[in-house]
Design a protein around this ligand. Structure first.
Ligand code: HEM
Length: 175
């Protein structure tokens, strides 16, 4: 939600997608998720930038090395993609990059034999919650605050938590 508030074009696209798909049904269900490719891309992009289990990601180089002609000093955080620090769900739209560890480009659930066994439950829970929040409400910043000032600071720990809670005004959307 923080990234979407900071990126109103992505928020509008995700919201239009879910409202067009669900119409007046009143609630997004698990079987609807496959018709929300942009929303899935938003979740992927968020997990790329802020992996919920950060012990695995981001990666840091342990020693000086050279990769594809680039010299990477030790202790450098390595990200990937074009404009890697930008929130851009479009990078995952119409791409087959999944999160199951077959594409090492995106592994918020790990990869290989010790990959997270809860991936399906975890992913659908995140997608479904986000889809319903976007479907049912319009979101605004509280009076006197600006979305540009929202921060992405996280507390240290096994899983990611925002340091400062996200405070938004939810306005019921009547479809
Ligand atoms: C968005 C939600 C979740 C994320 C991002 C996540 C991420 C991860 C990551 C990165 C690992 C380490 C994988 C590795 O060592 O290669 C892991 C392991 C694990 N996860 Fe999750 N997880 C999520 C939800 C869940 C849920 C819902 C369950 C259970 C119902 C679960 C159960 C486990 C277990 C048991 C392991 C240890 C697997 C092993 O060491 O063999 N996770 N998870």
């Amino acid at each position: 939600m923080t990234y979407l508030m900071k990126n109103p074009i992505a928020l509008r696209k995700a919201q239009e997608e879910v409202r067009e798909a669900i119409e007046k049904k009143g609630f997004v269900k698990e079987e609807d998720i496959e018709r929300l490719p942009y929303l899935s891309a938003v979740v992927k992009e968020t997990m790329r930038l802020q992996p919920p289990a950060p012990l695995l990601l981001p990666r840091e180089s342990s020693q000086d090395c050279e990769l594809g002609g680039y010299k990477i000093p030790a202790k450098t955080t390595v990200s990937w993609g074009e404009n890697p620090e930008e929130f851009k769900p479009e990078r995952f739209v119409e791409k087959s990059i999944d999160m199951k560890g077959s594409d090492f480009a995106l592994i918020p659930f790990g990869a290989g034999r010790r990959r997270c066994p809860g991936i399906n439950l975890g992913l659908v829970t995140v997608e479904l919650s986000l889809a319903n929040l976007l479907y049912a409400f319009n979101w605004e910043m509280p009076v006197g605050t600006k979305s540009e000032d929202l921060d992405m600071e996280v507390l240290p720990g096994v899983t990611m938590h925002k340091k400062n809670a996200l405070l938004l005004v939810a306005k019921k959307y009547v479809c």
